[in-house]
Each structure stands twice: as structure tokens, then as C-alpha cells.
Design a protein around this ligand. Sequence first.
Ligand code: TYM
Length: 348
Amino acid sequence: MTLVFSGVKPTGHLTLGNYLGAMRRWADVDQHQADALFCIVDLHALTVDHDPARVRRLSRQAATLLLASGLDPELCTVFVQSHVDEHARLSYVLECVATDGEMRRMIQYKEKAARERERGGSVRLSLLTYPVLMAADILAYGTDEVPVGDDQTQHVELARDLAVRFNQRYGHTFVVPRATPPQVAARVMNLQDPASKMGKSDDSGPGIVYLLDEPDVVRKKVMRAVTDSGREVVYDRAAQPGVANLLEILAACTGGNPSELSGVYESYGSLKSATAEAVVETLRPVQERHRELCADPGYVEGVLRDGAERARAMARPTVDAAYRAIGLLPAAAAGAGAAATSDIGVTV
Ligand code: TYM
């Protein structure tokens, strides 16, 4: 059976971009068709300036929203990254396979490091090595497919490269994964700045629809979206990025096709109204279920506890195999008597 792994980072409130680019497919498709794991990758949230209490709160909220979006613990495994030591264990070994040049070429690193330096802050080393931890998240489980939005495909490429390199040097250990971005809404853009991704860690609130925004707030944000200087509704990402973004959001929410939908609306105003209502209706069931789950925090905790146990058992054999393959002495061998002495003996 295909194995699917994906994750979400608790660095901000989850957005419509997270939902349309990733989470909705996890619930609608992946958990039904594959052995699937979905992770709140909290270690990744420590790579930039962070508030410990906020990370804890956002981790709990992300877990609740994943379940509210339809993930069913009977069908898939939902867990928190820091509850499973195998991620950090494997990350170090993969750091011994990756190069610093590879890390410095990562687009997200370059962008985030530049932003951090502009603010006069320092760049955490973990921001540079972040993609290796992400590769460990993926490779620890023998993942075949990684359903992510467009912005993560370079990181998944790195995971592929590291898997291939490790296998060539030390013997076949890892499955080589591939990214599976969605057909529509692989990169939902900021409503106020259609040249930038709608990102949860950004500060520009009016351009970002959060999953827990009230319907009226959603309507206001969509109605105020920046559109383009023309008048016609045309699906052209380069010439009309604002309109194209709305068409993609509408298509993703209604199951339509952005090009076909462009012929349906005669004005930007009617496109915006239709998009606003489609988003409100898409978020409604998620918000309702979120309210129910918030009333039962014990349930969410139980899901995460069981999920971590399952994930640990799944990751351990692969990570142990990687430790052996790269030359680390298995713990059991140290006291294993004569049979082991040739392995740990004097002829190194
Ligand atoms: P994160 O938390 O930024 O985003 C979670 C998922 O949402 C997608 N996404 C978007 N898709 C379309 N439009 C957008 N505006 C948008 N914003 C976010 C992301 O592509 C992602 O699929 N590094 C990852 C988390 C991670 C991970 C992993 C993912 C850590 N380890 C292993 C997969 C496998 C991240 O920061 O996602």
C-alpha cells in the first residue's frame, strides 16, 4: 500500500492556503487510499523567533483543526513530531549526508534568513538545517508520496536526493519519496498582495483568510482583495494575478476549473461575491467540528497519544537500519559477547 506522510508547522493560525493546498486532500483522498500519517511538526516551529506558550497553543489548535477538517484516527495516524524521537535521531544522520551548499540554496531559507537579518535579528542554525529535519520526517516512514503545496516541493526534492545518496553510499535503506501537489490551489496567494503566498507566519492579516475567521470576516477579506487594472474576468496568472487567485480559490472550493469559471463572471464584484460565499461554505463544517472538538480536549489528547505510539513503532525499524548502515554500533552489540567482538574488536 502507498505510504503518505505530510505535516503542518505550528507557527501561526492555519490558513485557507494550508487547507486548499494540503489539508483538504489529506482528509478527502489520502487517508482513504493510503497508509497515511499527518504530523504537527512542532520542532520546525523553533527555527525562528518563537514564544514557547504560543507554540504549545498553536500545536494543540493545529491538531484540533486537522481532525476538524476530517482526518479520522481510525483511518490515519495523527501525531506531534516532538513525541516521536526518531525524527531528531534520523535528522542528525542525514546531516552527515547533506552538504551546507545544498542547504544554502533552499529558497525558503534564503527568504526567511534575509527577512530575519533585515529586522536586525540573528538566524538560527536550525533554520539552515530545517530541510534535513523535514527529510527525516519523510524518510523515517518509508514514505512514497508527500501531499504538499507548491512551496514545499524543493524540500521534498532534497529528501529525494538525500535518500538516493544515502542508499548509494550505505546500501538500500530509504524509499525515495515524491511530492504530490494539488491540481488547483497549489499556491494560494495573499489577497492583498497576489505576488506573495498566503502564509500563516506573515503579518499581513487582511490578505490572509484564517480557517477560524468568522464568515463576515472572510467576506470582508475576499471583497477587499486586490484585483487587477483590467475589467474582464480572465484566468491569466501573469497578467491578472489577483483575479487568477480568486478564480483558483473559487475552483478549489467548488470543484470547478479556473479557466471555465472565468467565463461565468462578468465583473470583479460578482467574482468576489461568489468566491466569498464559496469560502464561507467550505469553512463552515470545519469550524463547526472545531467547536465540538474544543469542548472535548481529552479526545484530541488521546488521538495524539495513540498516534505517537503508532508512529514510533513505524519509524523505529527504518531509523535503526539507517544507524546500522552508516556505521554506528548497535547498542545491543556492546554487551553481546564473543560473537560481537569481531565487529567491535581491535582491527579497525
Ligand atoms: P506549512 O506549515 O507551511 O504548510 C502546511 C501545508 O500547507 C501548504 N501550504 C499552501 N498550499 C497552497 N497555498 C498556500 N498559500 C499554502 N501555504 C501552505 C504547504 O505547502 C504544506 O503542504 N515544511 C512544511 C512542514 C513539514 C512537512 C514535513 C511537510 C515539515 N516536515 C514533511 C511534509 C512532509 C511547512 O512548513 O508547511
